[in-house]
Ligand binder design. Structure first.
Ligand code: FO1
Length: 311
């Protein structure tokens, strides 16, 4: 059994690759919920939905998030009423948020609501939130502290990044599904997907029970670098790293994860960084990491599994 930690589009793509090569009972994907927020009275879980839609093969491939073949009638009507349209909720996607919000109001946990939605979308592998308690990523910037989606979508990551705060993390516990995977006798490895280490993985590590379980693990933990050739494959990671005073590179990712992971998968474009990363005490696997299609998702997943099998 493999446990994957994921958030965002890169995380969803590797999760989909792992789902291609592992049977349903052989994979649990634990997903960042630090990006979740209440919007228009709805409980929105962008990363859970991105993973769910991608595993279901229903995601919008160009955008990475949201559903393929989406229409935007509700958003246009809302805008005409003078409502908030900065966060683009598509008509079909809206049904997911309505159903999740309703189930939470009825007393279901986020884990239960997620499992029900995944079943409805035909997702067979386990997709679980990192926690059932609210954890909210707050981005500290030169313009003050912003709620995550305010920084990410409304402000398009324009304010200068200073730091992060994960509201509620100290009081949160790992979700039952994540805890079960972490404690499973059959757990073979933990994979940190090529998600943003700061925005997608750090919130998970801020939940004390998750950090503790990862420290006490008895299985290999490998990460895949989301930085290729000095640039982020997607999203604001490179900009954030530069603003934090760090040149974006696979080596910087290795330095960030050193002490947590046993190995790092890097792209062929970064092969020259292998010795420097090994010098940090990490095993290195060099392969093609750009998941441009389902075949490349599967190939990267297989390379990750081969790496952990060699240990
Ligand atoms: N990202 C955007 O850049 N703009 C949007 O309007 C937007 C809407 C949206 C709606 C539903 C959803 O599940 C995700 C959405 N995202 C949008 C993506 C999301 O904000 C980010 O991808 C994640 O939070 C970061 O991983």
């Amino acid at each position: 059994m493999i446990l994957a930690l994921a958030g965002g589009v890169g995380g969803a793509r590797l999760a989909a690759g792992l789902a291609q090569v592992l049977p349903p009972q052989g994979l649990t994907v634990a997903v960042n919920t630090g990006d979740d927020f209440e919007h228009l009275g709805l409980h929105i879980c962008p990363d859970l939905d991105t993973v769910m839609y991608t595993l279901a093969g229903r995601h919008d491939p160009a955008q990475g998030w949201g559903l393929a073949g989406e229409t935007w009638h509700m958003l246009q009507a809302l805008q005409a009423l003078g409502g908030e349209a900065w966060f683009r909720l598509g008509d079909r996607d809206l049904a997911t948020h309505l159903q999740r919000s309703q189930r939470l109001r009825e007393g279901a946990s986020l884990s239960q609501a997620t499992a029900e939605l995944c079943q409805a979308f035909g997702v067979q592998h386990a997709v679980v939130p990192m926690s059932d308690q609210p954890v909210r990523t707050r981005v500290q910037t030169d313009e003050g502290e912003l709620a995550f989606q305010d920084y990410f979508v409304r402000r398009r990551c324009a304010p200068r990044f200073v730091g992060l705060r994960f509201e509620g993390a100290e009081q949160a516990q790992p979700s039952p599904g994540l805890l079960q995977a972490l404690q499973a006798p059959g757990l073979q490895a933990i994979v940190v997907c090529p998600s943003n280490p700061l925005l997608s993985i750090q919130p998970m590590l801020a939940v004390p029970g998750i950090a503790q379980a990862l420290r006490q693990r008895r299985v290999p933990l490998v990460a895949v670098s989301p930085i290729v050739g000095g640039a982020a494959v997607k999203g604001p990671l490179a900009k954030m790293m530069m603003e934090a005073g760090q040149a974006p590179s696979a080596l910087a990712v290795a330095q960030h994860y050193a002490g947590l992971v046993d190995g790092l998968v890097i792209d062929e474009a970064d092969a020259a960084l292998r010795p420097a990363i090994q010098h940090l005490g990490l095993q290195v696997c060099v392969t093609q990491t750009l998941m441009v299609d389902a075949d490349r998702q599967r190939a990267l997943a297989q390379a990750v599994l081969d790496m952990v099998a060699r240990r």
